[in-house]
Design a protein around this ligand. Structure first.
Ligand code: UDP
Length: 243
């Protein structure tokens, strides 16, 4: 760990990345080049001393709600969605280890021959030892999302912030891709996100973060070096905190 650790604004964080963020230009699945790029971002921040855990979605492979819409039982579809997040977690573990970063995948659905089961105290220990912990299989329960899993694990790990890596550098009042005049918020309250239905994370994730007073930072995962900058309180992002 470098002596730059003392410059860190956020010492221990949970980074949430949606499955789509790993698709690159594809319509489905995983893009190895994109995964490697995201892994390099994680490594840079880790090398500067931030303790990092990750939650990766599964929407690039399977979403329970879309399976249910096609007539599948909702709970079955949700379990399939959770298994999809395990695949993404393993892909990210591979990419991080390729870069020499020590990692552990911990699954909320035990599958001992593939990865460790999730045990909170053990996860904390891994993080203290500087390993990047990747939480897989969401909360392990149907009817939840990986956003909620991220808020839950960030609370359990006593993280200083939950970081949401997206395609854009924060939360805007309208879609910045479609509207060049869209305005980016610097800060937002949890209440405002909920009442204005701003697309930060789903409502249960916002509520859980508010209850545990964990700030949510939204930034662009595709801007090189940005994750490490955000950890030092620099860079461009929107922060959800306060009331
Ligand atoms: N899922 C679930 N319980 C959880 C987390 C996820 O049932 O605790 C299922 C749910 O079907 C969800 C899918 O896994 O649609 C993939 O997760 P998500 O949609 O959150 O992925 P993302 O949008 O972040 O890629």
């Amino acid at each position: 760990m470098s002596n730059e650790a003392s410059d860190l604004k956020y010492k221990r964080v949970l980074l949430k990345i949606s499955g789509e963020a790993l698709m690159g230009g594809r319509d489905f699945g995983l893009d190895p080049e994109t995964i490697s790029r995201v892994a390099a971002e994680v490594k840079e921040a880790r090398d500067k001393g931030t303790e990092i855990c990750l939650v990766i979605g599964g929407g690039n492979i399977f979403r329970g709600i879309s399976g249910a819409a096609q007539g599948m039982e909702r709970t079955t579809a949700d379990y399939m969605g959770m298994l999809a997040t395990v695949m993404n977690a393993l892909a990210m573990q591979g990419a991080l280890e390729e870069l020499g970063v020590y990692t552990r995948v911990m699954s909320a659905i035990p599958m001992q021959t593939v990865c460790e089961p999730y045990i909170r105290r053990r996860a904390v220990r891994h993080m203290e030892k500087g390993r990047v912990v990747i939480f897989a299989a969401g909360t392990g329960n149907p009817f939840f999302t990986t956003d909620t899993a991220a808020a839950l694990r960030a609370s359990e790990m006593d993280c200083d912030a939950m970081i949401k890596g997206t395609k854009v550098d924060g939360v805007y009042d309208s879609d910045p891709v479609k509207n060049p005049d869209a305005k980016r918020y610097e800060t937002l309250s949890y209440r405002r996100v909920l009442t204005d239905d701003l697309k930060v994370m789903d409502a249960s994730a916002i509520t859980l973060s508010r209850d545990n007073q964990i700030p949510i930072l939204v930034f662009s995962i595709h801007k090189q070096g940005e994750f490490a900058r955000v950890m030092q309180g620099d860079g461009t992002f929107t922060v959800v905190e306060g009331d």
